[in-house]
Structure formats: structure tokens, C-alpha cells
Design a protein around this ligand. Sequence first.
Ligand SMILES: Cc1cc2nc3c(=O)[nH]c(=O)nc-3n(C[C@H](O)[C@H](O)[C@H](O)COP(=O)(O)O)c2cc1C
Length: 257
Amino acid sequence: MSNDSTLKTFLVAFLLCVVCSVLVCAAALVRIDREAYNKQLEIRKTVLIAGGFEQAIEDGGDVNELFTSNVEAKIVDLDKGEYTDAVDVEKYDQKKAVEDPAMSVKIPAAADIAGIGTRAKYAKIYVTKDGSLILPIRGAGMWGPMYGYISIANDYNTVKGFIFYQHAETPGLGGEVDNPKWRGQWPGKKIYNDSGELAIKVVKNGKYKADAADAVNTIDGLAGATVTSGKVKQIVRYWFGKNGYGKFLANLKAKKG
Ligand SMILES: Cc1cc2nc3c(=O)[nH]c(=O)nc-3n(C[C@H](O)[C@H](O)[C@H](O)COP(=O)(O)O)c2cc1C
């Protein structure tokens, strides 16, 4: 075929288009893969920080290595208060489940102290080697939804770590929920009192008294962000109450004796 033929010109142009399309598609797939990987890495890092492995990460520990050797994901049926294998733990997306009427429950207004409207039937939690739990929590902040994790020790009561990884609170005000100094108040606090009642609370900034009888259940609120502090209190109390992890934790405590 002569180099000047129209057919050859079209053929070369066509082949060029095919090659370019393949390259663009391949690049897009690599990007999607990369984004999914980064997202997974971010979730793993957040779970580890909540679970008390923040120092290990700061010391240069590899997030994937720390995660796979310390943490196991499990699914909890919140209404039954038990582990379940009703869904595939690797594929289960709790945020998507909230949008699916078959996978979620509507919360009656009177019980909806976290302002979430609907919650997934199943929670994807993480269990560490010593039996500590890393539990997802979410609820309405002042400006939008807040997503976080709380970890509790294997007494199912003592807080080990606390983090909100996604929220829309104002930087410097409610956004200080991210401040490591404020987060640092949470480890060691007890969710329930000696009678087993839900007791954890966040008080207005400056009202915390270290010598008060309930200091072990009390967090000093954020300065200039009483609204966000109150929302955080409601979120935590919802998730550790009878409509959240309450039944599951009571069952674990009873099994432990
Ligand atoms: C632009 C703007 C953003 C604000 N963002 C927050 C916020 O994210 N969280 C919060 O609790 N209060 C926020 N506030 C302040 C609340 O309106 C309210 O004054 C505050 O929560 C009261 O806290 P205090 O009693 O500690 O002063 C904001 C106020 C303004 C004007």
C-alpha cells in the first residue's frame, strides 16, 4: 500500500486512536486502583490510631503491616448484640448500608440523640489481639455529619482511643475535635459507671473537675465550641447506649463473667 493512499492514512489514524484509547484506559484503571488503595490505607491508619497504635505509626511502623498483624475486622448485628457472618466482612460498606432500607433501620426521633435518622443493621468493627474493640461511630455535628472511631479495652468499658476522621466543624472551634491534646483526654475514661449505667459525658469547657466523683466519666469540652462538644457527647452516648453497641457489649461482658 502506498504511503500516500487514503486508506493507509485512515488505517494509521485508526490504529493511533486504538493505541491511545488503550493507554488512557490503562492509566485510568491504575488511578482507580491507586485511589482505592490510598482510601484503604487511610481507613487502616485511622483504625490503628483509634486503637492506640498512634505511637507505633509515628515511630515509622508500616500501616499495612501493623494493621494485618494487630487488627481483625468483624461484623456485629447491633439488634441481636452478637457477631454475625450474614455479610462478607471484606466487602461490607457500612456507609452504603445506611442508604439501603433492607440493610438499615429507622431510628425513632425520641431515641435519635445522635441525629442520624437511620443506622445500619450491621456494624463493621475491629478487634485487636488482646480483645480490645475499635468501634465506628457517627452522628450530626454542628455543620454536618461526623464520622469516627472509639476503641475500648477488653473490659468493654475503658476508652483506649478516640478519633473523628471526617467532619465539617469549623477549624479552630469545633474542628479542634481533631486536636491530639483534646483527643488525649479520652484514653482511660470509663463509658459506664460502677452500676453499669451509661455515664460518659462531655461538659462545657472549664467545668471539668479532676476531683469530682464522676471525673473518670467526664471529658472537658472544647473551648468556644460548646455546640460541637454537646454533639460529640450525644454521638458517643447514642453508640454506647441500648440502640448502639449497648447490647453487644453487655453480651461480651456476660460471657467474660
Ligand atoms: C462562623 C462560626 C462558626 C462556628 N463554628 C462552630 C463550631 O464548629 N462548633 C461550635 O461548637 N461552635 C461554633 N461556633 C460558635 C457557636 O455558634 C457557639 O457560639 C459556641 O458553640 C458556643 O461555645 P462557648 O459556649 O464555648 O463559647 C461558630 C460560630 C461562628 C460565628
